[in-house]
Design a binder for this molecule. Structure first.
Ligand code: FMN
Length: 444
């Protein structure tokens, strides 16, 4: 689904026609309406700015025409069966060529007074790695001049791998207002060599069009495309409020030089508000299939969820069908490998609804003995977004982590009957079902 199709269909869309500035004012409005899709129709004298399209998994599921419960499965299957999108000779995203290219013409939001500058937050960066092929990944981009931005390129990402192994400038294209399937796929981290745009095409079909100045192809239905080069010149990037709603530190990061900007007629600029619902959903949801897939290697996994309180990034709950006493700790370690940013993993049995935090906490309260079921790991690779992580410039951040095995404990050598008896002791009881209308008579 393209973001235009979304605008046509979404009944919850909040439309604001009053004139709005992209500098601080737009961010304030979007924050006040957090969770809702919002279209600002008159930003900086006429631009349309859309935000919140991906704020909830229910809306994403609806846009893709699947149920919320099937969403994870659809994403996981797409990850396993990527299909390259077709190339078309011309496309809407190139209807207008900005001459000369000037980033100041775009309604790029400055979010907070303390930010290092205006930031592109919904830009999907497409690059070609000489060994691994095409990679698509979000990078926040801080504007520092009419044709220059600093890109936050996290160590280990596809973009970083390609950039750090080439001495020349790395050709790059940034798609803003890309179709929903591209947004979801670009937030996934499949194994190196798997093309995120092919995953996107499997989630929901897309087309690509060749860029004008770089040897790359971009989603044809994107709204705005910035073509350029990721240079080896470094400049300070930040301060910036990221996912954790805390200030991320200032780092020296690569400068992106812009050679060409194209866009649709009446282009819609997509802005993801840092730290708010759309950012959290867009980062967290596409990581869950990777966690599922990793845990499936070691035991029978039924569901996985990054929790909202953990910023949809640092904490996960994994539901398994336990068949071996060691399945809990195995699932913990696999989940941390599937999503190395995790700092806490809780593993529960199949009787727990992992969408309900109270049920998860109930499992921890009734099934865990800290000395036996809590696992602590020190100095593992983690998220640079965690303000408590240990950060060394140019290296991956590290953190200490905790895994909680909240599955029903049963001994290794027990018989089937003994295990069944143990499980019985840990089940939540249910009272007999009654039909209340038989008892609550309307008062005459
Ligand atoms: C809204 C949003 C913003 C993001 N910003 C950045 C960023 O600034 N830098 C970065 O390296 N990754 C960022 N990411 C994460 C990557 O897009 C994501 O982790 C991706 O899976 C990396 O894929 P790769 O490892 O194949 O390159 C962001 C993700 C989202 C959804």
């Amino acid at each position: 689904m393209t973001i235009r199709q979304f605008l046509d269909q979404d009944k919850e869309l909040v439309r604001i026609d009053a004139p709005v500035s992209s500098q601080l004012e737009a961010a304030g409005i979007l924050a006040a309406l957090d969770g809702k899709p919002v279209l600002l129709t008159n930003v900086d004298g006429g631009w349309r700015v859309l935000s919140g399209l991906c704020a909830s998994r229910e809306r994403i599921a609806r846009c893709l025409g699947v149920s919320s419960t099937d969403l994870l499965l659809v994403l996981a299957q797409a990850m396993d069966t990527p299909a390259p999108p077709p190339l078309v000779p011309s496309a809407p995203c190139q209807e207008v060529v900005m001459e000369p290219p000037d980033l100041r013409e775009l309604p790029i939001l400055k979010h907070l007074e303390g930010d290092g500058g205006p930031y592109i937050t919904a830009g999907v960066a497409i690059i070609e790695d000489p060994e691994y092929g095409r990679n698509a990944c979000f990078h926040r981009l801080m504007v520092i001049g009419p044709r220059e931005m600093v890109a936050r390129v996290v160590e280990g990402r596809g973009t970083h791998t390609a950039w750090s192994r080439t001495r020349a400038d790395l050709p790059i294209a940034i798609a803003i207002g890309a179709p929903l399937s591209v947004l979801l796929a670009a937030a996934m981290s499949p194994p190196k060599g798997v093309d995120e745009l092919a995953i996107a095409h499997t989630i929901s079909p897309i087309e690509l069009v060749p860029c004008r100045t770089v040897p790359l192809a971009v989603p044809a239905q994107a709204e705005i495309v910035i073509e350029g080069r990721l240079t080896h010149r470094l400049a300070p990037e930040g301060p910036f409020i990221d996912l954790t709603e805390t200030w991320d530190i200032v780092r020296d990061q690569p400068v992106l030089e812009v050679d060409c900007i194209t866009h649709r007629r009446d282009a819609i600029y997509h802005a993801v508000l840092p730290g708010k619902s759309e950012h959290k959903t867009l980062m967290g949801l596409p990581r869950e299939p990777g966690i599922l897939r990793a845990v499936a290697q070691v035991c029978e996994v039924l569901d996985a969820k990054l929790t909202q309180g953990g910023m949809s990034w640092l904490h996960a709950v994994v539901k398994i069908r336990k068949r071996h006493p060691e399945d809990g700790p195995r699932a913990i370690r696999a989940a941390m490998e599937g999503h190395p940013s995790l700092k806490m993993v809780i593993v529960v049995d199949e009787d727990i609804d992992i969408q309900d935090w109270r049920q998860v906490e109930w499992a921890v309260a009734t099934r865990v003995q800290a000395g036996r079921d809590v696992y602590i790991y020190t100095g593992l690779p983690s998220s640079s977004l965690d303000p408590s992580a240990r950060q060394v410039p140019g290296q991956r951040a590290t953190s200490d982590k905790v895994g909680v095995d909240a599955t029903i404990p049963w001994p290794a050598e027990a018989s089937e009957e003994a295990i069944a008896a143990v499980k019985q002791r840990f089940r939540r009881v249910s009272y007999p079902k009654v039909n209340l209308s038989q008892y609550l008579k309307p008062t005459p």
